[in-house]
Design a protein around this ligand. Structure first.
Ligand SMILES: [Zn+2]
Length: 88
């Protein structure tokens, strides 16, 4: 097998963990780089084990925002911190 083909295949496969990382609110580049340089399989297992963190989804516009945000930076609407807890 040609070495260039293996490199291209690895770069292509590394997009899978990168895409999952992006959906979970993490920066996809690092997972792509890890998958490309180390192993796409390890990057995939790693990203699957990770909890969705760092960011949460805005209930109004569905964009990813910081978990501590009170106002969405995309649509500008208020986000109640924790359902129920803020109503007391
Ligand atoms: Zn929003």
């Amino acid at each position: 097998m040609d070495i260039l083909l293996i490199i291209l295949l690895n770069a292509g496969l590394a997009i899978i963990p990168a895409t999952i990382a992006r959906n979970k609110g993490y920066k996809p580049f690092w997972f792509w780089a890890f998958g490309f340089m180390v192993s796409f399989l390890i990057a995939l297992i790693w990203v699957l084990l990770m909890k969705p963190g760092w960011q949460k989804k805005c209930p109004h516009c569905c964009e990813m925002i910081k978990p501590d945000a009170k106002v969405c930076r995309y649509c500008g609407r208020n986000i109640s911190a924790g359902v129920g807890a803020s109503d007391i």
